[in-house]
Design a protein around this ligand. Sequence first.
Ligand SMILES: Nc1ncnc2c1ncn2[C@@H]1O[C@H](COP(=O)(O)OP(=O)(O)OP(=O)(O)O)[C@@H](O)[C@H]1O
Ligand SMILES: [Mg+2]
Length: 258
Amino acid sequence: MAVFEMRNARKAFGLLEVLKGVSLKVEKGEVVSIIGPSGGGKSTMLRCATLLETMDSGTLAYGENVAAREENGKSVYAGKAALAQVRRQFGLVFQQFDLFPHYTVLKNVCDAPISVQKRDKAEVEAEAMALLDKMGLKGKENAYPYQLSGGQQQRVAIARALAMKPEILFFDEPTSALDPLLTGEVLRVIRSLADEHMTMVIVTHEMPFARAVSDRVVFLDGGVIVEQGSPEQVFENPQQERTREFLKSYRETSGAQA
Ligand SMILES: Nc1ncnc2c1ncn2[C@@H]1O[C@H](COP(=O)(O)OP(=O)(O)OP(=O)(O)O)[C@@H](O)[C@H]1O
Ligand SMILES: [Mg+2]
């Protein structure tokens, strides 16, 4: 059974149709990158997937837990308890790290597992220390967010998401607020998670990264999935004109080879 499945998601803001029937299924251990031009609907799709926005129509499920089914062409969301269960299954890391400024690094990572999941404090803290170590943040547990670089803050945000033991982790442009040096640190951490087969969906503008870590690349433009396939297929042999144009403009503006 798929870890995550969104089917035929539609979402409009007023007259603006942002998602026009998007379907995405992610299997356990899969790493899926979502690429595409600005305004194409990538964040909206992730926000619908993580219950920060509601779909107008379409279905959404995590494993056997149904978050939304469809009835008479409209999405019908599950009740509070069922959605709370669904929320335990995913983690989310945004572009802005949005750590609690008045909490230490350790408390930022441990707060939700202790206060929301009601887990044992000592056990959660021990796991958090191991996670911080893995994120290259050993010795930073008592620092406050303002004392850390953007790249360090983002790695705390990743540790915080992992501390909840999600089945799947979503990233929305995790490095776009960072300079190139700090970007590298964060991408290395995400790559190590990919090597461990953490199930992930990553919205990114970092094409070489998407190519290196992904099992599958999805090109989203104009609210539809225009094309998807292995990184080799999408980057080396795109089938759709829109994909070719997007990759060409990316190469021209970045001066890089994707
Ligand atoms: N809450 C909202 N209310 C109104 N319009 C919105 C809202 N959220 C997004 N939009 C619009 O939906 C469209 C898609 O936005 P979205 O943020 O999903 O794009 P994106 O692919 O993530 O772009 P980027 O690469 O710039 O992050 C845009 O035209 C945006 O202005
Ligand atoms: Mg976005």
